[in-house]
Design a protein around this ligand. Structure first.
Ligand SMILES: Nc1ncnc2c1ncn2[C@@H]1O[C@H](COP(=O)(O)OP(=O)(O)OP(=O)(O)O)[C@@H](O)[C@H]1O
Ligand SMILES: [Mg+2]
Length: 409
C-alpha cells in the first residue's frame, strides 16, 4: 500500500485562507453586494409611498393601474419595487388575503417570450416545461390558471427593454389586452427600464396602456449617496475601519457618474477588499482610488470578452505589441500575420480601421489621429488596460489558444 506522506508546505493554504476570511475589515461584505435587498431605502420614501398607493387597490381585489418606471441605472428602481411588492405580500399574508399574486421577472435573464411567460405562470403555481410547448400554449395555460384562481396578478417586468429588443412587444401587447379576455382574474403590469428610448420602440397602444401611471426615479446627488453608503457601511464594516473621507469620496465619484448607487456601493466594497488583500487595518481614500481603477479595468475586460473574433484579434495584436501602435498600417500587417497564423481569413484594412473606431467608442482603446506631413495621416492606437491582463483574459478563448501555445509570442 502506498504510504501517504505528510508534506510540510511553505505556506499553509488552509490557514492563510481562513485567516483572510475571518476579516479585519468586514463584518459582512454581503451587505454591499448588488443583489442584497436592504431593509431601508433612504431618499426613496416618496417613491415607496407613491408605488404603494398605486398598488393598494389590489387589497380590495381591484386591478391596480399599469405602471411604467423609468430611471437611470442604480437609482433604486429594482430595490424599491422589490421592497414594496414584498411588503404587500407580507401584509396580505398577515390579513389572510389570498386573492393576490406577485410575479417578478427579470427580462434580462428571462429574455424570451416563452421564458417570461413561464415565470408568470409559475407565480400562479403552474409549472411549464422549459421547452417543448408553443408560446401560444404557454399563454393559454397561463390564462387558464388566472381564470381558475381568480387572482389579481401584479406582473413586474424588470429590465423590460431586453425582452422587447429581442422579441418585439408582442407579449406586452397581449398582457395589456388580457383583462378583456379573462373571466376570472386580472393582470396589472409594472414595467421597469433604464433605457430612455424604450417607449419609442413600442406600439402606441402598448405604450399608452403600459404607461397608465408613470414614475421617474431621479439620480441621487452626493449627499443622498453618502446617506445610503453610511447606512450600509455601518452593517458591512467593522467599527472604526473606514478612514474619514472614504464614504464622501465614494459618494462624490458616483454622483459625478450619473448618481448611481450601485457604483457607489461597488466602490466601497472593492476598496474594502483591496485593503483586506493588503492586510491593512483601515480602508483609505487610496484604496477607493485603486478600486475605481480595478472596477473600470474589469468592465473593459468583460466587454472585450464579448467581442467578435476579429475584434478580439485586433485587440490581441495591440496587447502583444505592448499596448500601443503608432500607425494603423503597422497594426494591420501584424493583424494579418496573426490571422493567417490562426488559419483565419483576414478582414480588409478598411474593416480593421472600423474595428478600431468601435473599440475606441467602447472605451477599450484610445485612437488619435496623427498627421505625418507628406506621409499623410494615420492613427495612434493605445490600449486602455494593461496588455497582460487582456492577454490573460483571452487565454480561455479556444480559437485564440494556438497563439499562446506558440513560443513566438
Ligand atoms: N435608496 C437606497 N438606499 C439603499 N440602497 C439603495 C438605494 N437605492 C439603490 N440602492 C442600492 O443600489 C443598488 C442599485 O439599485 P437598484 O438595483 O435598485 O438600481 P436600478 O435602478 O434597478 O438600476 P438598473 O437600471 O441598472 O437595474 C442596489 O444594491 C440597491 O440596493
Ligand atoms: Mg434594476
Amino acid at each position: 500500500m502506498k504510504r501517504l506522506e505528510v508534506v510540510e508546505l511553505g505556506e499553509d493554504i488552509v490557514f492563510s485562507t481562513l485567516e483572510r476570511l475571518s476579516s479585519d475589515i468586514f463584518v459582512s461584505r454581503e451587505v454591499l453586494r448588488p443583489d442584497y435587498v436592504p431593509e431601508s431605502l433612504p431618499h426613496r420614501e416618496r417613491e415607496i409611498k407613491a408605488l404603494t398607493e398605486h398598488i393598494a387597490p389590489i387589497i380590495r381585489g381591484e386591478r391596480p393601474s399599469n405602471i411604467f418606471i423609468y430611471g437611470l441605472t442604480g437609482t433604486g428602481k429594482t430595490a424599491v419595487v422589490k421592497y414594496v411588492t414584498n411588503r404587500v405580500s407580507q401584509f396580505a399574508a398577515k390579513k389572510g388575503l389570498n386573492h393576490l399574486s406577485i410575479a417578478y421577472v427579470n427580462c434580462r435573464h428571462e429574455d424570451t417570450t416563452y421564458r417570461a411567460l413561464t415565470e408568470l405562470a409559475l407565480s400562479l403555481g403552474v409549472k411549464v416545461p422549459f421547452t417543448g410547448l408553443s408560446t401560444a400554449e404557454v399563454f393559454k395555460r397561463f390564462k387558464e390558471a388566472l381564470n381558475r384562481a381568480g387572482n389579481v396578478l401584479v406582473a413586474v417586468l424588470d429590465e423590460v427593454d431586453f425582452l422587447v429588443k429581442k422579441n418585439g412587444d408582442d407579449l406586452l401587447y397581449r398582457l395589456t389586452r388580457i383583462n378583456s379576455e379573462l373571466r376570472g382574474g386580472k393582470v396589472s403590469l409594472i414595467g421597469i427600464t433604464n433605457d430612455v428610448r424604450f417607449t419609442e420602440t413600442l406600439d402606441p397602444r402598448v405604450k399608452s396602456s403600459l404607461g397608465e401611471v408613470e414614475m421617474v426615479f431621479s439620480p441621487y446627488d452626493a449627499d443622498q449617496l453618502r446617506d445610503i453608503l453610511m447606512e450600509r457601511a455601518s452593517r458591512a464594516f467593522k467599527p472604526g475601519v473606514l478612514e474619514d473621507g472614504v464614504i464622501d469620496y465614494c459618494a462624490s465619484i458616483a454622483a459625478r457618474e450619473h448618481g448611481d448607487a450601485r457604483r457607489a456601493l461597488d466602490l466601497l466594497r472593492v476598496a474594502g477588499e483591496i485593503a483586506e488583500r493588503e492586510n491593512a487595518k483601515k480602508v483609505t481614500v487610496r484604496h477607493v482610488k485603486e478600486a475605481r481603477y480595478e472596477i473600470e479595468r474589469n468592465m473593459i475586460i468583460d466587454v472585450a470578452k464579448t467581442l467578435p473574433f476579429h475584434g478580439k484579434l485586433v485587440l490581441l495584436v495591440i496587447a502583444l505589441g505592448g499596448g500601443k501602435f503608432n500607425s494603423t498600417g503597422d497594426l494591420y500587417i501584424k493583424y494579418r500575420e496573426l490571422a493567417r497564423g490562426l488559419g483565419a481569413e483576414p478582414v480588409t484594412q478598411r474593416r480593421v480601421s472600423d474595428i478600431i473606431s468601435e473599440l475606441d467608442m467602447l472605451g477599450i482603446v484610445t485612437a488619435r489621429v496623427i498627421n505625418r506631413g507628406r506621409y499623410g495621416k494615420t492613427r495612434e492606437v493605445v490600449l486602455n488596460v494593461d496588455p497582460n491582463t487582456l492577454i490573460k483574459a483571452f487565454k480561455d478563448d479556444a480559437r485564440l489558444a494556438w497563439i499562446f501555445k506558440n513560443d513566438r509570442y
